[in-house]
Design a protein around this ligand. Structure first.
Ligand code: NAP
Length: 307
């Protein structure tokens, strides 16, 4: 029987692990499909306090993990495939094996959203990317497409314009979710071309295992055409990783956990931390702060129950 199982090993999960380990609760961290979380997809992090020269995202999250391990946190490769929160102790299925725990911290984060085209999925890592900061470097002097109309798309298009010979931002509507300042910055960038009311129908060329072009469609005129491209970047938002808790943990319509004050969820003893509940701030430091809060709540919850 575990005192606490932490689901997820990004900033939120790892910080919760540091705190609960130092409280002698011997946490088990289930690392998840994207171990290390979003920071593993970034390069230099310049806004995490305490690192005046910046620190590489993967190093930062690995340091957190080591810090937690130094205090006795246990990390498990694998993912939670099923959960039963209907009674205590709670039960979690980790890749086929059930374990029992008194409390749970859900820090499973949010993953990049994809268009869902078969060609897109087959070309991930071969020209299709959801992380400009990770992969932009490979497209020096090349033709780049960015999909999306939010702040992420503007930010990524601007970033990618440092590398690409041209950047085309493709958005399915005319109106943008992006803030005015980010939109203006992208509009003023001479390397960025906007293509609106346009959707991607197909990405070529799966047979070459390389992105060579796309088939696009104007949703207003119905016109369909092909365009050459080397790099295809998605910036169409994120999906919270809560599917496995469906029907048990209260979420909003998009799947983000509905917090009940502090780090509480609708189920006493199950807490949340990080991007899985946060669609607004989504920062390494806010996720870490949330992990700390969840850990303190776990400590108090167990103490109140006499453990
Ligand atoms: P977002 O605001 O949800 O925007 C997602 C965009 O992708 C929307 O324009 C949406 O189009 C489009 N989209 C979604 N699904 C699509 C699909 N299947 N096909 C084509 N287009 C699709 O997500 P985000 O840009 O990642 O931003 C998330 C949050 O982080 C926001 O609060 C944002 O302000 C914040 N953020 C801030 C900064 C910054 O300030 N530096 C940078 C990045 C992100 P529709 O508009 O038609 O739905």
């Amino acid at each position: 029987m575990r005192n606490v199982v932490i689901i997820g090993s990004g900033c939120a999960g790892n910080t919760a692990a540091i705190y609960t380990a130092r409280a002698n609760l011997k946490p088990l961290v289930v690392a998840g499909h994207e171990a290390g979380g979003q920071l593993t997809l970034t390069t230099l992090v310049e806004n995490f306090p305490g690192f005046p020269e910046g620190i590489n995202g993967p190093d930062l999250v690995e340091n957190m993990k080591q810090q937690a391990q130094n205090f006795g946190a246990e990390f498990l490769h694998g993912a939670v495939t099923d959960a039963d929160f209907s009674q205590r102790p709670f039960r979690l299925n980790i890749d086929g094996e059930w374990i029992e725990t008194r409390t749970v911290i859900i820090a499973s984060g949010a993953s990049a959203r994809w268009l869902g085209l078969e060609s897109e999925q087959k070309l991930i890592g071969h020209g299709v990317s959801s992380c400009a900061t990770c992969d932009g470097f490979f497209y020096r002097g090349k033709k780049i497409i960015v999909i999306g109309g939010g702040d992420s798309a503007m930010e990524e298009a601007n970033f990618l314009s440092r590398f690409g010979s041209e950047v085309t931002l493709i958005h399915r509507r005319e109106e943008f979710r992006a803030s005015k300042i980010m939109l203006d910055r992208a509009r003023q960038n001479p390397k960025i071309k906007f293509m609106l009311n346009t959707v991607v129908e197909e990405i070529f060329d799966v047979s070459q295992k390389l992105v060579t072009g796309v088939r696009l469609r104007n949703v207003k005129s119905g016109e369909v055409w092909n365009q050459d491209v080397d790099g295809f970047f998605l910036a169409i938002g994120h999906v919270p990783n809560t599917k496995v808790f469906n029907g048990q943990i209260a979420t909003d319509p998009d799947g983000y956990i509905l917090g009940q004050g502090g780090a509480r969820t609708n189920i006493p003893g199950v807490f949340h931390a990080g991007d899985v509940e946060d669609r607004i701030y989504r920062q390494a430091i806010t996720a870490s702060g949330a992990g700390c809060k969840a850990a303190i709540e776990v400590e108090r919850f167990l103490e109140a129950e006499g453990h």
